[in-house]
Design a protein around this ligand. Structure first.
Ligand SMILES: Nc1ncnc2c1ncn2[C@@H]1O[C@H](COP(=O)(O)OP(=O)(O)OP(=O)(O)O)[C@@H](O)[C@H]1O
Ligand SMILES: [Mg+2]
Length: 249
């Protein structure tokens, strides 16, 4: 039996002036899987997320989410349909407490009565009880990233897009985050699409990987196929010093 596709993009294209940031990208994600999206800096990964979540409108192409063409749909409607994301630059929740930041996510999707239950559920799942009253401005990077994932998860997404949630974390923090994301996928059946430069995380977490280079999809496959793909090695993986410098111990 064929797996159900939760997301499919066809001929997805976006230019900024003369630069084609996303160039005819065809990608399909099956419900329940964890996929990775990798590629060098400027490959178009964040732009791809922006197109899929409605922050940018493509010049050409389709984005079909749960069978609905969502191109030109505003981000809050796409969120209500069941897609959420984190942002590459950790958004400053400033003086807001951890539980208030999560509450903001929950309000996007749920009614007033359901919000407190959802906040408690997220605090428990992501083990944030000790810091639930702490101001986000007082948190370290690892906790802040966790809060960002918890906020996005509080919208009850069916598809969650994570943009470099592992960046800057130590190996120990990274392993913990990977365990939490695997648990999230297994227990809640949320489909995950992970943009990441930290190969330890991509290879350990993802069932399939898509590779972008200069806006084009140059490869897709299981982690072993991607590690041994000549095009991918030349465009990205061969630059080991660049990748390993992302993992701080
Ligand atoms: N709003 C914009 N206006 C002009 N150029 C843009 C805009 N957004 C992205 N770009 C350009 O599009 C290209 C793709 O950028 P994007 O941020 O999608 O890459 P990325 O793969 O996420 O890179 P990184 O790994 O560094 O996060 C880059 O050359 C970038 O400078
Ligand atoms: Mg990016």
């Amino acid at each position: 039996m064929l797996s159900e596709q939760i997301l499919k993009t066809s001929e997805l294209t976006k230019s900024f002036g003369n630069l084609i940031a996303v160039n005819n990208v065809e990608m399909e994600i099956n419900r329940g899987e964890i996929v990775g999206l990798i590629g060098p800096n400027g490959a178009g990964k964040t732009t791809f997320f922006n197109l899929v979540t409605g922050l940018e409108v493509p010049d050409k192409g389709q984005v079909v989410f749960k069978g609905v063409n969502i191109v030109s749909m505003p981000p809050h409607k796409i969120c209500k349909l069941g897609m959420s994301r984190t942002f590459q630059i950790t958004r400053s929740f400033g003086e807001m407490s951890v539980e208030d930041a999560i509450r903001v996510g929950a309000y996007n999707r749920l009614g007033e009565n359901e919000v407190p239950r959802k906040v408690d559920e997220m605090v428990e799942f992501f083990e944030l009880d000790d810091i639930r009253k702490t101001k986000c401005s007082d948190l370290g990077l690892a906790s802040l990233r966790k809060v960002e994932v918890a906020r996005a998860t509080a919208t009850e997404p069916e598809l969650l897009l994570l943009d470099e949630v592992g960046a800057g974390l130590t190996s120990v923090e990274l392993i913990k985050l990977m365990e939490e994301l695997k648990k999230l996928n297994q227990e809640t059946k949320i489909t995950l699409c992970v943009v990441e430069h930290v190969m330890q995380m991509v290879m350990g977490l993802c069932e399939r990987i898509f590779v972008l280079d200069a806006g084009k999809l140059i490869a897709k496959g299981v982690p072993d196929e991607i590690s041994n793909n000549q095009k991918v090695v030349e465009a990205y993986l061969g630059r080991r010093s660049y990748i390993e410098s992302d993992v701080t111990c």
